[in-house]
Design a protein around this ligand. Structure first.
Ligand SMILES: [Zn+2]
Length: 113
């Protein structure tokens, strides 16, 4: 096939491409500089990269705070955005085990609502 047409089909006609074909091209571009033996490791490395989002500045910043501080920030954020998530026992006032719990783990009180 003529190279201009091929380029056109491959680069401008993605909407007509099968999902499988897209994956194939993605994988091949990923391993363009690798040997066959390094392809699998390049693919795995790429997936790890995506999974842990090492390129994401916000995530990198949060991770650099350390576990204690990051957990604190996340917990605060959840509460701030979902104030009604707190599930206190109506009898003893202590926090239930989960937001959807209907029985108190401290005093055994049960409620239905
Ligand atoms: Zn209780």
């Amino acid at each position: 096939m003529e190279s201009e047409l091929k380029k056109y089909l491959l680069e401008q006609c993605g909407d007509w491409m099968l999902e499988e074909e897209k994956v194939i091209l993605r994988r091949l571009s990923l391993t363009e500089y690798g040997e066959i033996t390094t392809r699998k490791s390049a693919l795995i490395e790429h997936n790890i990269e995506l999974f842990y989002r090492f390129q994401d500045d916000n995530i990198n910043e949060m991770v650099s705070l350390g576990k204690t501080q990051a957990e604190e920030n996340i917990a605060k954020r959840i509460l701030k955005d979902n104030p009604s998530i707190i599930n206190n026992c109506s009898k003893c006032g202590q926090l239930a085990r989960t937001p959807r719990a209907r029985q108190c783990r401290h005093c055994g009180n049960k409620w239905f609502e």
